[in-house]
Design a protein around this ligand. Structure first.
Ligand SMILES: [Zn+2]
Length: 503
């Protein structure tokens, strides 16, 4: 509409000019280079217009002809690039979907079409990894180190490769380089903490915990717990290596940070005992027993008191159990040592009190032993053993990450590598198809709240869950009146004063 209007206005102007010229006739004479042209004014204007139009058209034609090769090249490149990016996208999708052949095909195509080595190296590395071609993957990751934009990604890839190969030193060196680039990345700090711990550099692990807290990745309580756990481990290692001073410093701080961790009190007592400071050793365990009586504290206490005969062991233990009289753990420990000392009457009294209305499996077995050793009563012993088979299990150190049961507390699960994952709690019972108690449940790996680095190193070694078995909750009454921790998935619920997991 507007175009039409403009056209008519232009036409009107041209007609008006033509009319104006026609009404005012005149002659033009040009003399140039020996030629002479005589014409009217109107013809002169027309000739000028035609010349101008032809010049413009020629100029445009010339310009298009010279630009054409460049334009064609650009169009071809654009098409190639868009096909390359399409291959790259499809390759990434195949990697995510776990299709090794597709991933490799697209990686090769993207590599051919795109002039962006940074991006294609990443895809090629991941495709190679999916195909199990680790050395190829490593090559691609190494190539990414040259470009500052992809260096961090390359380091992460190399770190994971080294971790899968079990080369801790190499993995640690890549993590350290990654930290130099991005010091606040959570997986970097987490990996730094765990690898340092594994390679025995606990100071570096402690440093990583401080960094995590500073960057808001750990709250104050969790950081305190981790520090306490790491210092406990540091004290244990230093003690084992005979570095008593280091063990002393570390254990002193550990008991302040994690007063509810039996291992911390135990190593503190052991170190003070080695300094011949048996009073302090005894006091540490007694304080811990008041807070949380635990079987792991019994032997360190008796060692500190130099109790070595069965009678003196029983006598000395009562000094500890007086700190928390009547507690099932106190009664149980006394019952066990009374039996060792062959004080049958006391043993029976303590074990009966420890078991209450629903004695645990361990108590039933001790009672069976007592019947046999005290009276030689095979039938009564047999009855207790039958009862033991159906009794609630005893609490144990259970890895809340993989469900493995350990004989003693571990700073890092030897089954799944999880850090500080052991909690002292009652395992669930598993029944087989006939409804008979079979074995302790292996807990499902915890999903929620697991802040482990996406390392992949541990995932391959998770304990299997128990198939086709009915997991039955054990509703053993807790010493503090609370119910037994619930779900086999860990639930994260632990007894008050009990070691907690901050995976
Ligand atoms: Zn574990």
């Amino acid at each position: 509409m507007i175009r039409g209007l403009i056209f008519f206005v232009k036409l009107a102007v041209v007609v008006a000019v033509a009319v104006w010229l026609a009404e005012r006739p005149g002659d033009v004479m040009i003399t140039w280079l020996g030629y002479r042209v005589d014409t009217s004014m109107g013809m002169m204007v027309l000739a000028a217009l035609i010349l101008g139009t032809v010049s413009v058209l020629l100029w445009r034609l010339w310009r298009n002809l010279t630009r054409a090769p460049r334009e064609v090249g650009r169009a071809v490149r654009g098409r190639r690039e868009s096909r390359g990016y399409q291959a790259l996208t499809q390759g990434m999708v195949s990697v995510a979907a776990g299709e090794p052949d597709e991933a490799r095909r697209y990686a090769q195509r993207a590599n051919k079409l795109l002039d962006n080595p940074a991006l294609t190296h990443l895809l090629s590395a991941q495709a190679a990894q999916l195909n199990g071609e680790d050395s190829d993957a490593r090559e691609h990751y190494r190539a990414m180190l040259d470009d500052p934009e992809t260096r961090f990604l390359g380091l992460r890839g190399l770190f994971r490769q080294a971790q899968m190969d079990g080369d801790l030193t190499e993995a640690l060196s890549y993590v350290r380089q990654a930290r130099d680039i991005r010091p606040e990345t959570p997986w970097v700090l987490q990996a730094l903490c765990e690898l340092s711990l594994k390679t025995g550099d606990i100071d570096s692990a402690l440093e990583a915990v401080t960094d995590m807290q500073r960057h808001g990745q750990l709250n104050k309580d969790v950081a305190k717990r981790r520090r306490g756990v790491l210092l406990t481990e540091k004290a244990r290692r230093a003690n084992a290596q005979g570095d008593l001073n280091a063990a002393n410093d570390a254990s002193k701080r550990a008991v302040e940070l994690v007063p509810d961790l039996p291992a911390a009190a135990a190593i503190r007592a052991e170190v003070r005992r080695r300094y011949n400071d048996w009073r302090k050793a005894v006091r540490v365990i007694e304080t811990a027993w008041e807070k949380m009586p635990h079987p792991d504290l019994v032997e360190p206490y008796l060692r500190a008191r130099h109790a070595d005969t069965p009678a003196s062991r029983y006598r000395n233990l009562s000094k500890l159990t007086d700190r928390n009289p009547g507690h099932p753990e106190s009664e149980r420990a006394l019952g066990r040592l009374a039996m060792e000392a062959e004080s049958w009457r006391e043993a029976r009294e303590h074990l009966t009190r420890a078991g209450g209305d629903n004695p645990s499996e361990g108590i039933c077995r001790l009672m069976a032993e007592l019947e046999e050793r005290e009276n030689g009563d095979q039938e009564a012993a047999r009855q207790w053993l039958i009862r033991a088979a159906d009794a609630p299990p005893d609490p144990a150190w259970i890895c809340e990450s993989c469900g493995a049961i350990a004989a003693s507390w571990q700073v890092q699960c030897s089954n799944c590598d999880a850090f500080d994952s052991f909690a002292w709690r009652t395992p669930s019972r598993v029944r087989d198809e006939l409804g008979q108690p079979a074995t302790y449940a292996r807990l499902e790996p915890q999903v929620a709240g697991s802040a482990q680095p996406d390392s992949g190193a541990s995932s391959g070694r998770r304990a299997p869950s128990v198939p086709d078995a009915e997991v039955e909750e054990t509703a053993q009454s807790r010493p503090d009146g609370a119910e037994a921790p619930s779900s086999p998935a860990g639930g994260g619920e632990t007894r008050k004063g009990e070691p907690r997991t901050q995976a």
